[in-house]
Design a protein around this ligand. Structure first.
Ligand code: SAM
Length: 236
């Protein structure tokens, strides 16, 4: 059986240092402990956390190849996925986490402090409001999300946050191609262009996983994102 360090090296090409492995184990331990009192995640065994949280989050590094400091925002991060594992493995990321549930945002704040992660901002907020805030709108090199909404809705959260030349990444399962078809209008309207639908194999996970990458080629119209709740109620 391979160690988590070996699995990560195979998946991402990155060999972790001891302190990074320690950080992942500490994260796992705190996630399990908090989950006894708060419903942070349905994935709760150490093995599932390694595979479905850590490896799945880190698979994003197959397309995020930047290694100079860059800004990344994780929308609907929950207990920190995929943003925090990415930050642990690529410390040069300047990370912003957005989460609308206060307990989950509290957990993120706690774990970021415990792990002494630098240059991480945690926003207890809705993506729709952050996307209309000039401190965040069109400020990021990457916006990413996993398991937050169907693609047409998700892109209304993600694309306005990215600067021209930046990219949005949606982690998707087997519906990826279908969702991209349904999101054609949203992609074009919000200033995006499909770059790729990248397939990833996560060890011990049968279902295919996909990274949908959208380039930001022009500004998103000021109207988007619409006010909180509308992108889900009336998807583009
Ligand atoms: N990304 C995490 C993961 O993959 O483990 C969490 C996924 S969870 C199914 C979806 C999360 O998105 C929830 O924690 C929810 O509170 C958050 N969320 C949904 N809509 C949101 C919005 N409009 N703004 C901010 N957070 C949102």
């Amino acid at each position: 059986m391979k160690s988590i360090q070996e699995e990560i090296a195979i998946l991402t090409g990155i060999k972790l240092l001891k302190y990074q492995i320690y950080a992942l184990f500490r994260y796992e331990k705190e996630l399990i402990a908090w989950n006894e009192n708060f419903n942070l995640t349905t994935i709760t065994t150490p093995q599932d956390i390694h595979i479905r949280h850590f490896l799945d989050s880190l698979s994003c590094l197959q397309v995020i190849r930047d290694r100079k400091p860059f800004r990344l925002i994780d929308v609907g991060t929950g207990a920190g996925f995929p943003g925090i594992p990415i930050k642990i493995v690529v410390p040069e990321v300047k990370l912003t986490l957005v989460e609308s549930t206060s307990k989950k945002a509290d957990f993120c704040r706690y774990i970021v402090n415990e792990l002494k992660l630098q240059e991480v901002e945690i926003l207890h907020a809705r993506a729709e409001n952050i996307g209309q805030d000039s401190c965040y709108r069109e400020q990021f090199d990457w916006s990413v999300a996993r398991a937050v909404a169907a693609l047409p809705t998700l892109l209304e959260y993600l694309l306005p946050l990215v600067k021209i030349g930046g990219k949005s990444l949606a982690q998707k399962g087997k519906t990826a191609h279908e969702e991209v078809k349904k999101a054609q209008y949203a992609i074009q309207l919000l200033g995006g262009e499909l770059e790729s639908i990248h397939a990833v194999d996560i060890p011990k996970v049968e279902d295919k996983r996909f990274l949908v990458v959208i380039n930001k080629v022009s500004s998103s119209p000021a109207k988007y994102p619409r006010r909180a709740g509308i992108p889900t109620k009336r998807p583009l």
